[in-house]
Design a protein around this ligand. Structure first.
Ligand code: NAP
Ligand code: GCO
Length: 263
């Protein structure tokens, strides 16, 4: 068995949504380094340009599209322009941290729209092409909140829990067409999305949530976007051809750990 070939993505095109920065950028960079041609999208022109410069500086061949993944027409047009998509990573996501009784139904819907409905829209747009070409890989970026709840994230947890089930359903419905759909469940990763949880207090001390996450993570640190590279390459490559409907948690051990006893 040739191990390099097993993990190689040469000749494949990967579409990574929301890959202007953060986790999406790191996953796209990883897939590109394994040989895939990268297509990615985001909403802001400024982010698109910075990301294109970033990919090019790293020697990654990437095409960028302005596309809001909640808009089915925009997604269908983007997929048409890209042509063949062998690997789809549903990464674009947002969070609103608002206590549930203070959250409007509109705000709740906005989160579900990006974090759950959009992965449905994007998967629906690429699945017919994958079937036509004999198969494909779909990777959904899930969360600790696919398994756990906490204060203020009711919409996000509902969407990410739903995304775990969408993953299993796509695996069930299209596994017979050689489509593998799996999830990556990142732990707490240092990106703009989690920046408010790491903001130092006015006296310069660590944010209580920052301290909480470090004590709750057996690895004793926040994850970096690059920590997700190996899982992404595995789930996008031939190495995972008999893995379907699974969520691979890359969390430094959080989900395995009951937590420290209070001092
Ligand atoms: P981030 O830093 O906020 O980056 C989000 C990316 O998505 C950006 O490129 C953004 O670019 C794009 N985006 C947002 N809404 C979009 C839309 N409607 N259409 C297209 N692109 C959109 O987030 P992140 O922390 O890297 O998180 C990426 C994914 O991982 C999300 O699904 C998140 O929920 C999940 N996740 C994050 C963590 C963590 O600890 N950071 C942990 C578990 C799971 P534009 O602003 O230009 O659109
Ligand atoms: C929060 C965080 C999380 C993370 C991540 C955990 O406020 O609790 O933002 O939801 O972003 O999804 O896996």
């Amino acid at each position: 068995m040739n191990i390099t070939e097993l993990f190689s993505l040469k000749g494949k095109t990967a579409l990574v949504t929301g890959a202007a920065y953060g986790i999406g950028f790191a996953i796209a960079e990883a897939l590109g380094s394994a040989g895939a041609e990268i297509a990615f999208c985001c909403r802001s022109r400024e982010h698109l340009k910075t990301a294109l410069d970033g990919y090019s500086a790293r020697g990654i061949s990437a095409r960028g599209y302005i596309c809001d993944v909640t808009d089915e027409k925009q997604v269908v047009n983007m997929v048409k322009e890209i042509g063949r998509v062998d690997i789809l990573v549903n990464n674009a996501g947002i969070i609103k941290r608002i206590p549930m009784t203070e959250m409007s139904a509109e705000e709740f819907r906005e989160v579900v729209d990006v974090d759950l409905t959009a992965p449905f829209i994007c998967s629906k747009a690429v699945i017919p092409g994958m079937i036509e070409h004999g198969g494909g890989k779909i990777i959904n970026v899930c969360s600790m909140m696919s398994e756990l709840g906490r204060e203020t994230v009711s919409a996000y947890a509902s969407a990410k829990g739903g995304l775990k089930m969408l993953t299993k359903n796509i695996a069930s419905e299209y596994g017979g067409r050689n489509i593998q759909c799996n999830g990556i469940g990142p732990g707490y990763i240092a990106t703009p999305q989690t920046a408010p949880l790491r903001e130092p207090l006015p006296d310069g001390s660590r944010h209580p949530f920052d301290r909480f996450i470090i004590s709750k993570t057996p690895a004793g640190r926040w994850g970096e976007p690059d920590d997700l590279a190996g899982a992404a390459i595995f789930l996008a490559s031939r190495a995972s051809d008999f893995v379907n409907g699974q969520i691979l948690y890359v969390d430094g051990g959080i989900l395995a750990y009951i937590g420290k006893q209070p001092e």
